[in-house]
Write a protein that binds this ligand. Structure first.
Ligand SMILES: Nc1nc2c(ncn2[C@@H]2O[C@H](COP(=O)(O)OP(=O)(O)OP(=O)(O)O)[C@@H](O)[C@H]2O)c(=O)[nH]1
Ligand SMILES: [Mg+2]
Length: 444
C-alpha cells in the first residue's frame, strides 16, 4: 500500500533528521519535497496547498528553530496535519440496533460494492447479527447470481426479484427483513461506467424510500483523482453518510485516501484491502497517517498480536526497550511470539522504520529457525551480553547450531543494528500510543 509515497517520505524525513540544526531554509526545502511528493501521489492540488500552508504556520517559528530535536518536531507536525486531513478519528458505521438497520452501497462498475457487501455481511455474522443481502442490480447480467453465490458461500440470505424496479425490490426486501427479524439489510446497487442521471435518480428514489442508516459510496482507491471527483459528485447529490475505499491493497498512490475527506467533507469509514472476504479494515486516520509517513502501524500490529502475545511479557519487554536493555534472550522470546503471529512480510510494513530497512530483503521463515538454533547454542551470559562472544565461542556456537561463523557474525551485527533502530524508535514520541505498544519491532 502506498509504497512509493512511503519511500519518499522516508527520504525527506531522513534528511530532516540528519540536519543538525533546522533553519527556515531547510524546512522550506523539506516542505517543497513534501508538496512534490503529495502531488506525485495524485493528491488534489488544493488539498496539498492548504496542507503545506498549515504545516508552515505551525512549523516555521522560533520554538521549532530553538528546539533540541527540530527535525522530529517537523515530522510530528506533518503527522498531525495528515491526521487532520484524513479526518481525525474513525467514524464508525451505524450500529446494528434496529430491525433492520439499512446500509446502501453505491458506486461505479467494478468498484467493489458486491465484494464489500459480502465482507460486511460476514463481519455482522461474526457478531451474531442476521444479514439480508439485497440484489438491487437488475441490469448487469449475472449480477444477481454473483450476489447469490457470495451469499451462499458465507451462509447469508439473499433477497432477489427479477424484472422489478430496484426501489420496489428494496421495499419488498425491507418488509421481508422486518417480518423475519433481520438485524442488517445491505442493498447492493447497480454500478455504471460513468456517473449518469439515470443512476443518480434511481439512487435518490431508493434513498428516499429506505431512509438508510448508511449510504456508502464504494470508491476504488486505484482510480486516484477520479475517486475524489466521484465522491464529490455523489456526496453533493446524495448526501452520503460515508465512503468506503476499496482496493487499498493494490498499488494505489495514496491520492484518493488523502484527498477524499478534505475535498468532500465526507468521512472515509472503512477500507477494503483485498479480494478475500476477511480483508476489511476500519479506517483510522491516525494509523493511516502513520502508515503513509512510514512510521509503521504499531497499533494495528499490537491488535494483531494481542491474540497471540502474552501481555504481561509484552509490558516487561516494553520497559526493556525503553531502557534499551533488550538482549538476545528477549529477542529469542520475541521470535517465538512472532512465529505464532503469521506471515512475516505482512507484519513488517507495520513496524516503524523497519519496512524501509528490510524492503529488499526476502523474508525467509526458515531463517528464523536457524536464528533460534544459534541463540539456543549461546550461554545465558552470552545472550545477556553478546560482547562476551569471542572467536572461539563463535566457532562453538556455529558448530552447535549447524551454522557458519559468518552466520553468527551476521546475527550479532544485525542484532546490534536492531538495537540502534529501537533506540531511534524510542526517541520518537508517538502521540496517543497505548501502553504495550512497543514490544514488537524485532525481526531479522
Ligand atoms: N484487490 C482487491 N480487489 C478487490 C477489492 N474489492 C473488490 N475487488 C475485486 O474487484 C472486482 C470487482 O468487484 P465487485 O465487488 O464485483 O464490484 P462491483 O462494484 O460490485 O461491480 P459491479 O456490480 O459490476 O458494479 C472483483 O474482481 C473483486 O474481487 C479489494 O479491496 N482489493
Ligand atoms: Mg456488484
Amino acid at each position: 500500500m502506498f509504497g512509493e509515497l512511503i519511500n519518499k517520505f522516508d527520504d525527506i524525513f531522513r534528511n530532516l533528521r540528519g540536519a543538525g540544526k533546522l533553519t527556515e531554509k531547510n524546512i522550506q526545502e523539506a516542505l517543497r519535497e513534501v508538496r512534490r511528493t503529495l502531488l506525485e501521489a495524485d493528491v488534489n492540488y488544493k488539498v496539498v496547498k492548504d496542507f503545506i500552508k498549515n504545516i508552515e504556520e505551525s512549523a516555521v517559528g522560533e520554538t521549532v528553530l530553538k528546539s533540541i530535536e527540530p527535525g522530529q518536531q517537523v515530522i510530528k507536525i506533518v503527522h498531525d496535519q495528515l491526521i487532520k486531513l484524513l479526518g481525525e478519528k474513525n467514524q464508525p458505521l451505524a450500529p446494528l440496533d434496529k430491525s433492520p438497520t439499512i446500509y446502501i452501497l453505491c458506486g461505479l462498475q467494478g468498484s467493489g460494492k458486491t465484494t464489500l457487501a459480502g465482507k460486511l455481511a460476514l463481519q455482522a455474522k461474526g457478531k451474531n447479527k442476521k444479514t439480508l443481502l439485497v440484489a438491487a442490480d437488475i441490469y448487469r447480467p449475472a449480477a444477481i447470481q454473483q450476489l447469490q453465490i457470495l451469499g451462499n458461500s458465507i451462509g447469508v440470505e439473499v433477497f432477489q426479484m427479477e424484472k422489478t424496479e430496484p426501489s420496489v425490490i428494496c421495499e419488498m426486501a425491507k418488509n421481508y427483513a422486518e417480518k423475519n427479524f433481520f438485524d442488517l439489510m445491505i442493498i447492493d446497487t447497480a454500478g455504471r461506467l460513468h456517473i449518469d442521471e439515470e443512476l443518480m435518480m434511481e439512487l435518490e428514489v431508493i434513498k428516499s424510500k429506505m431512509s438508510p442508516d448508511e449510504l456508502i459510496l464504494v470508491a476504488d482507491a486505484m482510480t486516484w483523482q477520479d475517486a475524489v471527483n466521484l465522491a464529490e459528485t455523489f456526496h453533493q447529490r446524495l448526501n452520503l453518510t460515508g465512503v468506503a475505499l476499496s482496493k487499498l491493497d493494490g498499488d494505489a498512490r495514496g491520492g484518493a485516501a488523502i484527498s477524499i475527506r478534505a475535498v468532500t467533507g465526507c468521512p472515509i469509514k472503512i477500507a477494503s484491502v483485498g479480494e478475500k472476504l476477511s480483508d476489511l479494515e476500519v479506517f483510522h486516520p491516525d494509523r493511516m497517517a502513520s502508515r503513509i509517513l512510514g512510521m509503521g502501524d504499531i497499533i494495528s500490529l499490537v491488535e494483531k498480536a494481542q491474540e497471540t502475545v502474552d501481555l504481561n511479557q509484552a509490558s516487561k519487554l516494553e520497559e526493556k526497550l525503553r531502557k534499551n536493555t533488550f538482549t538476545l534472550e528477549d529477542f529469542y522470546g520475541q521470535l517465538q511470539q512472532i512465529k505464532k503471529m503469521g506471515p512475516l512480510d505482512s507484519l513488517l510494513g507495520m513496524i516503524p522504520g523497519v519496512g524501509k530497512v528490510l524492503k529488499d530483503i526476502p523474508i525467509d521463515e526458515k531463517g528464523l529457525t536457524r536464528v533460534e538454533a544459534m541463540i539456543q547454542s549461546m550461554t545465558p551470559q552470552e545472550r545477556q551480553n553478546p560482547g562476551l562472544i569471542d572467536g572461539s565461542r563463535k566457532m562453538r556456537i556455529a558448530a552447535g547450531s549447524g551454522n557458519s561463523v559468518q552466520d553468527i557474525n551476521l546475527l550479532l551485527k544485525q542484532f546490534s543494528t536492531m538495537q540502534k533502530m529501537i533506540k531511534n524508535v524510542n526517541k520518537f514520541k508517538f502521540k496517543g500510543l497505548p501502553k504495550g505498544a512497543f514490544p514488537f519491532p524485532m525481526i531479522l
